[in-house]
Structure formats: C-alpha cells, structure tokens
Design a protein around this ligand. Structure first.
Ligand code: ARG
Length: 296
C-alpha cells in the first residue's frame, strides 16, 4: 500500500505528552562478543586494525544482559561462532514477529554465515519454521516493530524488495524509509522504538520523503539531536518504560525523562568500534518458546 493510502486509512499516532509509562516483559536473544574484532570496514565507524579489548567488550555486554534481567526480562544467550566477529550484533540476525520468523540475508559476504547460526538457533528452540530471507534483509537492524506496524529501512543494507517480502511473510503493514547518511546505515542507528506508538529519531538520517512519512505517522515523536545520534543514542531498547541507551546520549536521556520514560544509561563503548550499541546487540523474540517454558 502507498504511504498516502496508509496515512488515509490509519490515524496518526498521537499521544499525550506526559503519561504514566508501563513496561511489558520482553524476551531477548543475545550473543556474547567473545570473537569480537574489527577486521574489515563495512560501515564508517569501523577502522580495521584498531585495537579491541575483548574482555572489556564482554564486561560491557554482560552489564547489558544483567540490566535486562534485573528489569525482569528474559535473555537467552546464543553461542558465538569463531571467525564471525560481528556476531555480537544479534539484532541483524533475524526478525521475529508473532506470525513469522525470518532469518537475515546479509549485504556483505563477511557476515553471510551468521544467518545460518541464527536460523539454526531459532529453529532448534521452537521458533520455526524459519524463513530465510530471499532478498537482502538485515533483520532488526532495518526492521523495527511499532505496535501493528513495521518500519523498514533501506539505502545501505536491506533491499526495498525485502520490505515487500516481510509484509507478505508477516501479514503486517510495512512502511519503507530511505536512509541517506552512511553513518546511519541501519534503521536502528537513527530511530528508536519507545513503545507501541512512540518513537525517537534523527531526521537528517532520512530522505525528505521518509522524513515526511515519519512526521505524518508520528507527530509526537522525540526528535533527537545530531550529537545524541552520533554517539548511538538512538540505538536504544525500550520495554515501554525503561530505555536502555548509550550513556553518552545525555540530551536524549533528558528528553525521555520529559516524556515519562526512565532512561537507563549503559556503556557499550567498546562495541561502538564495530558500529553498534544497545539495540544492535539485542534481538527481540516476539513468540513464545514452547520448548523452554517460562523460565528466565
Ligand atoms: N559491524 C556491523 C555491521 O556493520 C555492525 C552492525 C550493527 N548492528 C545494528 N543493528 N545496527 O554490520
């Protein structure tokens, strides 16, 4: 459906400025950065040869896991694969909605093998059938679920044709958004989902058409500054109330407080060397896991 038709048949998401926010318990899949390294450059943040402190990366990553668990969220851990240094960015491995599990098809050969590992984990944990994307599709890096809607990025990684494929497989409405600044190469580097109707984003990362689309659907969105976007503040994860975000994004944290959210600053500086932060490390599983019951 065209954006015009979409906007005509759906009310824009407006909400009062100060509301009591409520958290919903979540289920995440994460992969420790045991083999993290910067060996190639597939985004402008990566400088091959830069020294990476794997122990520090592991400690920072573990603090994110612990924070989620303290909030009552369930985190499952997937074993990383040696030789796949970007695997810590679990968000890119798949998209899991209540109706479909779609494993990624990566844009760059350096990450191609990750798709198999994520597909195998999801399949063996009862989240199949796993559809392996036919089109270039970098999972939750470029597909963000906001209530009944999926916002979909394109321009650097995920192909426009993947948006149609995801709409078909999930049965959900997919809104295409073109990214134009290579520093914000995945949608989740420029836009954060805060709850089922609220987002924050950095407009300059998007084409004029995409900016107009976002302004129409989300007139109450939090507009992030360049300074907060540049420290990966928008690469955030929210449970509807608590928002885990890069500690350096202090301006965005203040904006969140003003809107009733509870920012939870976290230091993932070592993982910024690969061009990722909180959201990149977090894949949300939006289906119950039959085989594991409800343990956390
Ligand atoms: N080095 C990785 C890449 O360029 C970083 C991925 C970050 N993940 C994300 N969801 N934005 O593919």
């Amino acid at each position: 459906m065209s954006i015009g038709a979409f906007v005509m048949t759906n009310l824009a998401f407006t909400s009062p400025l100060t509301v009591e926010r409520s958290a919903r318990s979540r289920h995440y899949l994460m992969t420790p950065p045991r083999y993290f390294a910067v060996q190639y450059a597939i985004n402008p943040w990566m400088h091959p040869g830069i020294e990476v402190d794997v122990d520090l990366a592991l400690r920072q990553w573990q603090s994110l896991v612990d924070s989620y668990r303290r909030l009552g969220h369930r985190v499952d851990i997937m074993e990383p694969v040696a030789g796949l240094p970007d695997m810590v960015y679990a968000a890119n491995g798949a998209l899991i909605t209540p109706t479909a599990t779609i494993a990624a098809r990566f844009a760059y050969p350096q990450r191609a093998e990750e798709s198999k590992a994520y597909a195998a984990w999801l399949d063996s944990h009862g989240l199949g059938p796993v559809h392996v994307a036919q089109e270039i599709n970098e999972g939750e890096g470029d597909f963000l679920v906001v209530g009944d809607l999926i916002l979909a990025g394109t321009g650097f990684r995920t192909a426009p044709a993947a948006h149609a494929e995801v709409a078909r497989l999930t049965g959900m409405q997919v809104v295409s958004l073109e990214l134009v600044n290579p520093s914000y190469y995945h949608l989740d580097t420029a836009l954060a989902v805060l709850d089922d109707r609220t987002i924050a984003y950095y407009p300059a990362a998007f084409s004029p058409v995409a900016q107009a689309t976002l302004a129409t659907i989300f007139p109450d969105a939090i507009i992030a500054t360049e300074a907060d976007a540049a420290v990966f503040g928008l690469n955030a994860v929210s449970d509807g109330k608590h928002v885990m975000l890069a500690a350096a994004a202090s301006g965005l944290a203040a904006q969140l407080v003003g809107r009733g959210f509870v920012p939870m600053p976290i230091d993932l500086t070592e993982l910024l060397k690969g061009g990722g932060s909180v959201k990149c490390c977090t894949l949300e599983l939006r289906r119950a896991l039959p085989s594991l019951g409800d343990q956390r």
